[in-house]
Design a protein around this ligand. Structure first.
Ligand code: PLP
Length: 411
């Protein structure tokens, strides 16, 4: 038997024993989508989450949403009034952010390998480019001249420290992201001398950390680094984006991140500092609010082990299969949605419909006995789900994505 991750707060069974999402019965949601599989996002849970974050963080701290976590246009539009800015990672996401109504001056565009057309689009729109190299800065300056626009430029710094314990380290050594901290002051000077609108610094050290202490340490190091770059370059950074890295509990034994402790420490760290500060979070805002629903189309036995075969799989929800940045496969929080109030009484594996052994949604899990026709819920599907999965693989249809609005209870 392998443990399942803990089901996030805010999900309850209705009187019929079936899971409700945002107050709606799962079968009603399937009927609304037309068929399984589908994703459902509860905006009520996202709102409650962001309210908790705002209450925890120091007043005046910018709270930005990293659109890559879930770029569904309707979700981005719903997120716009809840946050102070959007961080985008491609020309496509820039389009989503602008279409969502986020003012260009509150959009920043980070990511290595920006194509000239993407740089031009950002400069033309008036979004901030977080430049990742000296050569990219030159391309952005040229774009400004060519388009007759003053480019808004920030410098992404590759910090010499990493975010300890993070699932994805993006600092602390040679990296394709940002310019090495030692070269940042010269690049700031070049940007200012060229007459660009210098917007500040972007220091992103990693993702998916669950240890508040590690985040507190990385934020303090980022504040200090920004201070020293400002001093060495002779230009105060109008905005210091301290990155994010706030993790969410996917697996058994993971604990909820103590954002209140992070906020209290950050308030002390930036008290009396001149420039504005911001954090950018993706999964922390949206992961727990999403559920992937898929139907069991076969129940079979092989060598006394039970396999529940679903009509969904890794083509929609790659991360739950363990093939999106994890070394050892562990079970996400998964449940039989149509028997949500039933006690587990059988060990079974839930697999997808793709003919590859990689397509697993739960391995050797204790679940209520389920039959063909039951619905499976895969939780933590609000971030890096639909858009981070190989939807074209094996020619299955994409999964529709629904937004519901619950009362936010339990977040
Ligand atoms: N910002 C940058 C620059 C990133 O690289 C990432 C993730 O890789 C994020 C934001 C979002 O990370 P998360 O969803 O873990 O908050």
């Amino acid at each position: 038997m392998k443990p399942l991750g803990s089901i996030p707060p805010g999900y309850l069974a209705g009187p019929n024993g079936r899971l409700r999402i945002g107050g709606e019965d799962v079968e009603a949601l399937v009927a609304r989508a037309g068929d399984t599989p589908l994703f459902v996002y509860d905006l009520g849970l996202i709102r409650a989450r962001i309210a908790r974050l705002r209450a925890a963080m120091p007043a005046g701290l910018g709270v930005h949403y990293a659109v890559k976590a879930n770029p569904l246009p309707a979700l981005a539009a719903a997120m716009r009034p809840l946050v102070d800015g959007f961080d985008v990672a491609s020309g496509g996401e820039l389009g989503v952010a602008l279409a969502a109504g986020m003012p260009a001056e509150r959009i920043s565009f980070a990511g290595p390998g920006k194509r000239q057309a993407e740089i031009d689009a950002a400069v033309a729109a008036g979004a901030t480019l977080n430049v990742e190299s000296e050569s990219e800065a030159e391309r952005a300056l040229d774009a400004g001249v060519r388009l007759g626009k003053t480019p808004r430029l920030a410098v992404r710094v590759n910090p010499s420290f990493e975010l300890k314990g993070s699932g994805m380290r993006m600092g602390g050594g040679a990296k394709p992201f940002g310019v090495d901290a030692a070269r940042a002051p010269a690049l700031v000077r070049r940007i200012v001398a060229a007459g660009a609108d210098y917007r500040g610094l972007h220091i992103y050290a990693g993702s998916q950390a669950l240890d508040a202490g590690a985040i507190i340490e990385a934020q303090a190091a980022a504040v200090a680094l920004a201070r020293s770059i400002a001093l060495d370059s002779g230009s105060a950074a109008p905005l210091v984006n301290l990155g994010g890295g706030f993790g969410v509990p996917y697996f058994a034994g993971d604990a909820d991140l103590d954002v209140e402790a992070i906020g209290a420490a950050l308030a002390v760290e930036i008290a009396g500092e001149e420039p504005g500060h911001a954090i950018e979070l993706g999964r922390w805002m949206v992961a727990e609010a999403g559920v992937y629903l898929t139907r069991i189309v076969d129940r079979k036995e092989s060598m006394r082990r039970i396999f529940l075969v679903t009509d969904g799989g890794l083509h929609h929800q790659l991360a739950a299969s363990g093939n999106f940045g994890t070394v050892v496969r562990r079970n996400y929080p998964v449940a039989i949605a149509t028997r949500f109030d039933a006690a587990p009484d059988e060990e079974a594996s839930i697999v997808g419909c793709l003919c590859t052994p990689l397509d697993r949604l739960a391995d050797d899990a204790m679940l209520p006995r389920a039959e063909t026709g039951d619905l499976v819920a895969v939780f933590m599907a609000g971030a890096y789900g639909a858009s981070a999965s190989p939807a074209g693989f094996l020619g299955h249809a994409p999964a529709p994505e629904l937004i519901v609005v619950g009362d936010g209870g339990g977040a």
